[in-house]
Every structure is written in C-alpha cells, then in structure tokens.
Design a binder for this molecule. Structure first.
Ligand code: CTP
Length: 436
C-alpha cells in the first residue's frame, strides 16, 4: 500500500503524461470511457486505439468524444503515417482496458495484426493490461500461460475482479472498476516515471571498451579478430540512456556501428592492446563501472617490421627449390590482461570500480561453454562476467546474443538473451543493482 501511494505521488510529480488507451473486444468495453475520463481528469493526454472487435461493443464516436481525438484501429488506416510506430513512440504508457483473452494471446505471441497489437510490439513504454473475460477463459491453461509469459516479459497484467459476469455465472474475470484500473496503471507509470528509476546510472561514469584490437606485424598487416564492437556500443548507448557519463574505448570499430552511440558519449580510439590498456586505465581513474567488452589480443608480434615484409625475403639466402618448405615465423609476446589488472591494480584510488568482463567461448573437450566461463570468472576476478557461446550465427556481428552472467566465484546470477540492446539493458540493470 505504502509503495502504491508513493508511486502515485511520483506519477503526480512527473506531471501530465501521454497515455495510449487500448480497447479490445469484450462486453466490458463499455467501461473504457470511464477509464479515459479519469485519465483526462487527472490531466493526462489520451489517444485511443481500439480493435475491430471492440467496436462491436462500443462505438468509435463515443470513444472519440471522451478522449477528445480520433480513434485508431487498423495499421492500414493511414499507412503513410506509419501509425503503429508513431503511436508507440508517442506513448509514455499503454493501458489496455479491457484486454480480452484473444488480445492477451495475440500480445503473448508477438502478433501485430492490428494497430493495437502493433503499437504494443513497437513501444518502449510500460504496458498495462486489464483483462476481462469469462472465468473459464481466465482459468484456461492457455490464458494462464499467456499471462505468465506477459508478466515474465515485464508487462503488467492486473488481476481481474471476482463477481457477477455477463450471464448468470460469477467468478474471477470481471474488469475492475475504472478507479482501480487507472490507479494501478499510474502506479506503474510512477515507478518508471520516477527519475531515479529510469536513470539509475545518473551521476555515474561508465567506461566501456569495445571492438577488436589489431596487433601490427608490419605497416600493412596485423593480427586481429572478428569482434564488430556492436555489443559494447550497445552497452555504452544504453548506459548513456540510463543517465551515465560514458567513455567508449574503441578498438577498430566501423563508423556505421559507432553511429548508434549518443552524441554526448566520449570516444577514445585505441587500436592495439597496449593502447587500449592505457586508455582504459586513464578513463578508469574516476570510473564507477568498467565494462570490458573488447576482444583484446592475448599476444602481439614481438617486433613490428618498419617496412613491409616481402614474400620472398628469403630469396638469395636459400635455394629457390627449398622455398615451398620455407615458413615465415612471427614470434609473439603476451599482452597484459587489462581486465585482470583492473581487478588486481585498480586505477581508481578512491572509491571502488565495478568491473564487468565478457567471455566468448566455444566449448571444447576440456569443458562446455559454462565450465570455461566459470573457470575464467574465478581466474579474472571481475565482479560480473557475461559468458556467451560464439560460433556460426551467434555472438559476432549483427546477430542476437545470449549470455549467462556469473559472479567472481563462477556462480550464475542471471541470464539474458535477445537483441544486443536487450542484453545491454539486462546487464546494466544488474550493474545498477550492484551499485545501489
Ligand atoms: N581481456 C583483457 N585483456 C586481455 C584479454 C582479454 O582485458 N589481454 C578481457 C576481455 O575484454 C574480456 C575478458 O578479458 O572481458 C575475457 O576475454 P577472453 O578473450 O574470453 O579471455 P582470455 O583471457 O583471452 O582467455 P582465453 O582466450 O584463453 O579464452
């Protein structure tokens, strides 16, 4: 109770908000105008999006009149306006009241076959669903699973009221009165609208290394790796969005990838392991968090030739007939382990820096991906280590990512999967929790 009072206060403090009210096909659609009226009375701006089925229960003119604007229905009403994207971006909150069993199923399945479901799929605003249906439908395992899926994904599903339903029957499934629907929806908005909740990294300095180092062999050749830097850039961008001051230490990242970074992030170029170590340690002097997402070469050529090494450099020293067996050897020396050094010899003298590492593993005869990850977590001692399997189709480049996050003892603390932005968000939520 205390927290919902605080949440409503937070919502009130943050002033009028933009709310999309979705209405789906249920007899309880007649209560939607009550919900819209309460939101507008509280000073919020409302846009109504109704499904075709909803309009069989309540007329669009009634919804337009109470909301003070047109009612959207189909994605093809005005294709040029790309309504679902525009509506999803406009929304600071999406509240569906009533949400029918069919609507819950479509949202759970990720469908986007009308303006309402397409808006829900597009928006980054919190989504609150207020179900209304017959008890049998609410208790059906299909609906129970859909509700669990939606809640797991972070959508809020309000519990329906119990009581008399449309027919002679009664039980859980009634749409709560508009006052409760609005109070619960605004409480969600209050939680996410509270600046300390939406910007948990405000006032923090987050340093992210990303990309892959290139260790020069001669002026035109190098030893490198396939890291694109996308995951690290996604983390830097997300950290900035969560309020942090961000320094990206970039090892050979394409300009097209760096474009995802907000303008206020500082970018320091560090093409080799030694330069990266230097840049990370310098930026790390006042860092609250260092995320080592860069693929740092473990070895570098012991000597860098000042001029291009010629293919037939051995000509004249050996008989041409021996050339096929002549091999060119490059002696390598070990690079410093930047991450391990951050833990054993932190550049920040006052205050503590949270250190996050990545481990790209393939698994081999000595152990699977997680076993290697756990051993690495214990060896490196980072506060968090995000382990991901790499290989064809996973890990590198513009592909979804899946990570298991371990603590310094190698114990699993979380799993995250999805786009690189979603993985970044999940990791930074863990970071924010630990900093708090
Ligand atoms: N790392 C680092 N300095 C290095 C090598 C790696 O800071 N010289 C960091 C990476 O940025 C990453 C973590 O250590 O956060 C793990 O990198 P990875 O290449 O998986 O580990 P290695 O220690 O190189 O282990 P191995 O190659 O044997 O798997």
């Amino acid at each position: 109770m205390a927290s919902s009072v605080r949440d409503e206060r937070a919502a009130a403090r943050s002033g009028p908000r933009r709310v999309v009210v979705g209405v789906s096909g249920s007899i309880a659609a007649y209560k939607a105008p009550g919900v819209i009226r309460l939101l507008r009375q509280a000073g919020h701006e409302v846009k109504v999006v109704a499904t075709q089925a909803a309009l069989r229960f309540i007329g669009a003119p009634a919804l337009a009149a109470v909301s003070g604007g047109p009612v959207g229905t189909g994605v093809f009403d005005d294709p040029a306006a790309v309504e679902h994207v525009a509506t999803g971006e406009w929304a600071e909150l999406v509240l569906v009241a009533p949400a029918s069993a069919d609507l819950l199923a479509r949202v759970a399945a990720g469908r986007a076959d009308d303006l309402l479901t397409a808006t829900i799929l597009t928006t980054s605003a919190p989504v609150v669903l207020a179900p209304a249906m017959h008890t049998q439908m609410w208790l059906n395992p299909a609906t129970v699973e859909n509700v669990a899926t939606l809640r797991r994904r972070g959508l809020t599903v309000i519990d329906p009221d119990s009581g008399r339903l449309t027919g002679a029957d009664s039980g859980p499934g009634r749409l709560p009165e508009p006052e409760r629907v609005v109070a619960e929806a605004l409480a969600v908005l209050g939680r996410t609208g509270d600046p300390s909740a939406s910007q948990p990294l405000a006032g923090r300095h987050v340093v992210v290394s990303a990309g892959g180092t290139r260790e020069p062999i001669d002026p035109v050749r190098y030893l490198g790796n396939r890291s694109s830097g996308r995951q690290g850039v996604a983390i830097a961008a997300q950290a900035a969005r969560l309020g942090a001051r961000v320094t990206l230490v970039a090892a050979n990242i394409e300009a097209e990838v760096l474009r995802d970074l907000p303008a206020q992030a500082e970018v320091v170029q560090a093409p080799t392991a030694l330069e990266l170590r230097e840049a990370v340690r310098r930026a790390g002097r006042d860092a609250d968090v260092v995320v080592m997402a860069a693929a740092v070469a473990d070895y570098r050529p012991a000597q860098v030739a000042g001029t291009k090494i010629k293919k037939h450099a051995l000509d004249g020293q050996a008989d041409a007939s021996h050339r096929a067996t002549d091999a060119l050897s490059i002696r390598l020396v070990e690079n410093p382990d930047v991450l391990a050094e951050l833990v054993s010899d932190p550049p920040r003298r006052q205050g503590r820096t949270l250190v996050v590492g990545f481990a790209a593993e393939t698994g081999d005869e000595d152990g699977d991906v997680l076993a290697h990850g756990a051993a690495k977590a214990r060896r490196k001692g980072a506060d968090l280590l995000a382990v991901n399997a790499v290989g064809e189709g996973t890990g590198f480049g513009d592909v979804p990512n899946r990570v298991v996050v371990l603590d310094r003892e190698g114990n699993e603390v979380a799993r995250a999967s999805g786009s690189k932005a979603q993985v970044a968000r999940a990791l930074l939520d863990l970071v924010a929790q630990r900093l708090a």
